[in-house]
Design a protein around this ligand. Structure first.
Ligand code: SAM
Length: 355
């Protein structure tokens, strides 16, 4: 299929012509988060034809379970928590969680996209751009499908030699292409060796260096508290195995697999599986205690999602939501829940059935 020419694509091509090839990380950061022309800058409605796929955030039953997790955490600690939602999307999830909470809370949404922050504000949420403006305090942080939307570098294994990095360049027709060149930063090999991974010759892998600054900032503001990420990914030994020889970068245009990250730059979603090993290592470095990941289905069941009653009184549609979120061959196993806590806190919410 022919690529679609976009304003952002043309702007990035002009930049490459004058400044040379860019890392895939810089390309993806612009493609998703350029403040005027990035995919998320247009604040697409989740699940709309030109937006990202439906996520858990669409389902009230998911908000009900997250509210139960917050209530559990507050009971375990014995005092109220500020809530910080990372990557609030259109604000639908935040609005629903507030509905299901028993008491009023300070509820903040952190999002880099101005368009999405505007939508979150329209739903009455307090949206912020910068986590560093927050003072440390008792906090419950969570993010649904945020880590998979962070920009990634792409590297290619070279056997026993140092991997090369794939840069975004232009071919002789002036079209985007990827070119291997020496690494832009040694942090990429440090991550692979920290993960105890060696890429096979020609094997492509995505590496997210944004994890560290994000988790460090979270570590600074959560004092004490819990951090929960719901996302897809795997341990490094699986993620970087030959099963994913071409990496896990995926691209969607109008809810269809695009198979080409340059198909419609700024109008297509880009995502890569999360390296759980790196998330856990960094979380521990930051000072969190980490809990074993659990499947979304187990976590939601432990939180009591089976008792969910929605606002419409339509028991059948309530049950359908619960089924979609917990189905073993669907979202229930596609997503995992990663939970961290500050030192000495009781076990995180949803690891055991709550009463
Ligand atoms: C795939 S969307 C998920 C949105 C929403 N959580 C949901 O489940 O529908 C990714 C979200 O993460 C946000 N995001 C990206 N980088 C972020 C960062 N460093 N901190 C917080 N949010 C971020 C995006 O703007 C977007 O709202």
């Amino acid at each position: 299929m022919n690529r679609i020419e976009t304003e952002l694509g043309n702007a990035l091509k002009a930049k490459i012509r004058t400044q040379g090839p860019m890392t895939f990380r810089d390309f993806m950061a612009a493609a998703l988060y350029d403040e005027a022309m990035g995919f998320y800058a247009r604040a697409p409605r989740i699940g709309s034809p030109d937006g990202p796929f439906d996520t858990n955030a669409k389902f009230q039953a998911f908000a009900y379970a997250m509210a139960k997790a917050i209530i559990y955490a507050e009971k375990a600690l014995g005092f109220p928590l500020r809530i910080l939602e990372l990557g609030g999307g259109t604000g639908q999830l935040g609005k629903n969680i507030i509905f299901f909470l028993e008491n009023a809370h300070e509820y903040l949404v952190l999002d880099p996209s101005p368009g999405l922050r505007a939508k979150q504000k329209q739903r009455g949420l307090h949206a912020i751009k910068d986590i560093d403006c927050l003072p440390p305090g008792p906090t419950f942080v969570f993010g649904n499908e945020v880590l998979d939307a962070l920009p990634v570098h792409r590297v290619m294994g070279m056997g026993d030699e140092e991997p090369l990095e794939l840069y975004v360049d232009l071919d002789e027709d002036g079209e985007f292409c990827e070119q291997p060149n020496p690494l832009s930063t040694m942090k990429l090999v440090e991550r692979l060796s920290g993960d105890r991974v060696q890429l096979g010759r020609g094997q492509v892998a995505e590496i997210c260096l944004e994890l560290k600054p994000l988790l460090k900032s979270i570590g600074r503001v959560v004092d004490p508290g819990y951090v929960i990420f719901v996302d897809y990914g795997d341990r490094a030994s699986n993620l970087y195995s030959h099963r994913h020889r071409n990496g896990t970068l995926r691209s969607y245009y109008h809810q269809q697999h695009a198979y080409d990250p340059f198909f419609a730059v700024g109008q297509q979603d880009l995502t890569a599986d999360v390296d759980y090993t790196a998330v856990y290592v960094i979380a521990e470095e930051v000072g969190f205690e980490v809990e074993e990941p659990v499947s979304q289905a187990t976590w939601l069941r432990n939180l009591g999602i089976m008792d969910y009653k929605g606002t419409t009184g339509d028991r059948q549609s309530d049950q359908e939501e619960v089924d979609v979120l917990t189905r073993p061959a669907g979202l229930g196993s596609a997503f995992d829940v990663l939970i961290f806590k500050t030192k000495g806190l009781p076990e995180g919410p949803g690891l055991q059935p709550v009463s």
